[in-house]
Structure formats: structure tokens, C-alpha cells
Ligand binder design. Structure first.
Ligand code: DX5
Ligand code: ZN
Length: 210
């Protein structure tokens, strides 16, 4: 299992320490929130530019923004591995997925818990990652919504030839990670469970084993 550590739950007064706590993680998951698409604001490019200079871990950016085009432009200098936009945030999904790919990054599409799979039908062949939200986006530390297990199982049936990443985000811990693995998830975003753990290194090892 691959793990992306969500820095939303990190210690912002000591980000260097937080990064050291999760050394060995596959990705750093960066939640970009604009205060419109979700009722919360997070980081701007200055903070992240600084952070990226202190890590070699690839970045996985999750845009929760009403204007994903603007967000992509603002954060493209971070040179992330993945940029993921929400299906619900744009009527121009095809255009933006290809814009991300043309910039040289892998492109992801994210679905809120109640968003049906049908919106992926004409774009799935072009995407490198599908991000299933297992909470309503906006905040760390929320309770996992088990409906995502069924949703991922349906996704696998509906798009059997899809070979990109199946990422899940929200409320993930050592109890539900094996369930997610069993339905086909291969990249888990973990925030509060990891950074809130008394031994994040052990927590990470446990999650990677599932
Ligand atoms: C929620 C964010 C998540 C969040 C996950 O909107 O997209 O990435 O930080 O944090 P936990 O693991 O605490 O749910
Ligand atoms: Zn996220």
C-alpha cells in the first residue's frame, strides 16, 4: 500500500519536525482549499515553496477550489507528482486534465462522497489517479464514510481496464485501511491518524503493510 501523509494535520509551528516524523512516506498530500469550494482555507504557494525545499518526497496536490485553473497556475512551480482537481468544481474537466498533463504532471480527478461514478465515463482513459473522498472535504479529523468501499468496488467493475491510482482520502486509520485495500485502493491519504499517533513511524509501517 502506498501512503500519502496529509500535512493538514502537521504541526505548522514545526513543519520540519512533522516532515521528519513521516520520512519514508510515498507522497506528501497537500490540501489546497479556497474558502469557497469548501468552507476552509489552507496554504498558499509561499508556504509550500518553502516546504518543498526541505523534502525530496513527491507532492500530491489536492485542489478543493472553485477555480481549479487559477489554482493550477498558482501552484505549478512546486513541480508536484500529481495534481488532482474535483469533478464537481469544473464544467471543463477534459480541458483541465489535459492542461495538467501538458504541464508535465500526472492528473487526478476527485469525487465527493455523493458524486456518482458516471461523470468519469468520458475522462477515465486520460486520468492517472482517481481520488475517492471518504469524508466531505474541508477538514482533517472527520469520521470515515464506509459508503466509499462500495463505491470503489463499483468503480472497479465499471472501469475494469483502468490502471491508474485509486486514492482514498478522509478518516483513514489502521482499522479501515485493510478494508480499503481489499476493494482495490492502492494509495491512502492519512492525516490525523498519522500525525496524532504517539509513534508516527510505527503507524506508517503498519499502514504500509496492509
Ligand atoms: C479533507 C482533506 C484530507 C484530510 C485528511 O478535506 O482532503 O486530505 O487532511 O485528514 P484525515 O486523515 O484526518 O481525515
Ligand atoms: Zn486531501
Amino acid at each position: 500500500m502506498q501512503i500519502a501523509a496529509s500535512i493538514l494535520s502537521a504541526d505548522f509551528m514545526d513543519l520540519k519536525h512533522s516532515l521528519a516524523q513521516v520520512a519514508g512516506v510515498d507522497f506528501l498530500h497537500i490540501d489546497v482549499m479556497d474558502g469557497h469550494f469548501v468552507p476552509n482555507l489552507t496554504f498558499g504557494p509561499c508556504v509550500l515553496q518553502n516546504l518543498s525545499q526541505h523534502t525530496n518526497t513527491p507532492l500530491d496536490i489536492h485542489f478543493m477550489a472553485d477555480n481549479p485553473f487559477f489554482a493550477i497556475e498558482l501552484f505549478k512551480d512546486l513541480n508536484p507528482a500529481y495534481m488532482t482537481i474535483h469533478l464537481e468544481s469544473t464544467p471543463h474537466l477534459h480541458k483541465l486534465v489535459h492542461h495538467i498533463k501538458n504541464l508535465g504532471f500526472k492528473a487526478g480527478v476527485s469525487l465527493n462522497p455523493a458524486t456518482p461514478l458516471s461523470g468519469l465515463e468520458y475522462i477515465i482513459a486520460d486520468v492517472d489517479l482517481v481520488l475517492f473522498m471518504s469524508v466531505n472535504p474541508g477538514f482533517g479529523g472527520q469520521k470515515f464514510l464506509p459508503l466509499v468501499l462500495d463505491k470503489i468496488a463499483h468503480f472497479k467493475q465499471k472501469f475494469p481496464t483502468y490502471s491508474g491510482k485509486i486514492e482514498v482520502d478522509g478518516g483513514i486509520n489502521a482499522d479501515n485501511a485493510p478494508l480499503l485495500a481489499s476493494v482495490g485502493a492502492n494509495l491512502l491519504v492519512v492525516g490525523s491518524f498519522l500525525f496524532g499517533h504517539k509513534n508516527p513511524i510505527l503507524a506508517l509501517q503498519e499502514l504500509k503493510k496492509v
